[in-house]
Design a protein around this ligand. Structure first.
Ligand code: PAF
Length: 298
């Protein structure tokens, strides 16, 4: 593993790799790595000759200053985790570049002026609640595409709407990059791994797996209940979870949304058979001051 801080150095390394006919995989991250990120890196190492992992907390995708300040920064540990992974045998890739730029290196001309629009995809769920977020994600991802020139780019399905946005971005900019969505990695108790989990208090951490448990039950209910009934049941179950279960130290789930949407267009569906793409349930819930998201495929 080699750490790279400068954009020009990254570009020069990938240019050489491309000239040698190597396949390049990119795993964009904001650091604070966990097993979920490592599963993306592992897959990229298996499917490419050179892997670029970016670790960059992108300020322009945070619409909340406090959230940006609180975002965990654990770069030494991140680099150690990547080095341990690369040391294992059996990968196709022979090289991994960990790109850890400063904000000035990524945005040398100050805050980028470009704005991306994604139409109906960004008019639901995270879009209206985090104005500017997806445009900020698109700006940094495009910059990473330009610098790393990957053949494939790996994204986790926990940020389900982000994957739809990147798919749309690739159509807009017409880059021949294969988007590789990767399944959520969960803790043994079912909680979707997230860098935000480290901000949960012990009581909240104990309560948080109820989100996945509720979504799994919803998937079973979908066999015999209408879309609207499943939606209402999920929201009610989580909102009243504390009263029913009498634990969690007085903590409560505050669901922000739960939508059942077409798996590709992300538009809410009314009936289970009103989509050929499959249906996905996407949820955002507050717990003890931490915003958690998760999905379930129906
Ligand atoms: O999913 C993330 O961690 C970020 O949104 C990404 C894709 C690395 C862009 O900053």
């Amino acid at each position: 593993m080699k750490q790279i801080l400068k954009a020009a150095e990254l570009t020069s390394a990938v240019n050489t790799a491309r000239q040698e006919g190597k396949q390049i995989g990119l795993v964009p991250t904001m650091g604070a790595l966990h097993e979920g990120h490592l599963s993306l890196i592992e897959r990229a190492l298996k499917e490419n000759d050179l892997v670029v992992v970016s670790l960059f907390v992108n300020p322009i995708q945070f619409n909340n200053k406090e959230d940006l300040e609180k975002y965990p920064r654990t770069i030494d540990n991140d680099l150690r985790l990547i080095a341990n992974l690369v040391a294992q045998d059996g990968f196709r890739a022979t090289e991994l570049l960990a790109f850890t730029p400063t904000v000035e290196e990524m945005y040398p001309n100050g805050e980028p002026k470009e704005v991306y629009h994604f139409g109906p995809i960004e008019e639901v769920m995270e879009g209206p609640r985090r104005p500017g977020h997806f445009s900020g994600v698109a700006v940094v991802v495009r910059r990473l595409f330009d610098l790393a020139q990957p053949h494939r780019a790996y994204f986790g399905e926990k940020d389900y709407q982000q994957i739809a946005v990147i798919r749309n971005l690739l159509e807009q900019i017409k880059y021949p990059i294969e988007l590789v969505p990767c399944p959520i990695v969960r803790a043994d108790d079912g909680l979707a791994l997230s860098s935000r989990n480290m901000r949960l208090s012990p009581a909240a951490r104990q309560m948080a797996p109820a989100i996945n448990a509720t979504l799994e039950q919803a998937a079973e209910m979908a066999e015999y209940e209408d879309v609207d009934d499943v939606k209402e049941w999920v929201l009610d179950t989580l909102a009243s979870w504390h009263e029913v279960n009498e634990c969690g130290d007085g903590l409560q789930f505050e669901p922000e949304y739960f939508e059942i949407v077409d798996a590709i267009t992300l538009q809410p569906i009314e009936n289970w058979d009103s989509t050929d793409n499959g249906a996905v349930g996407c949820i955002a819930v507050w717990l003890d001051g931490v915003r958690l998201i998760d999905i379930v495929k129906f």
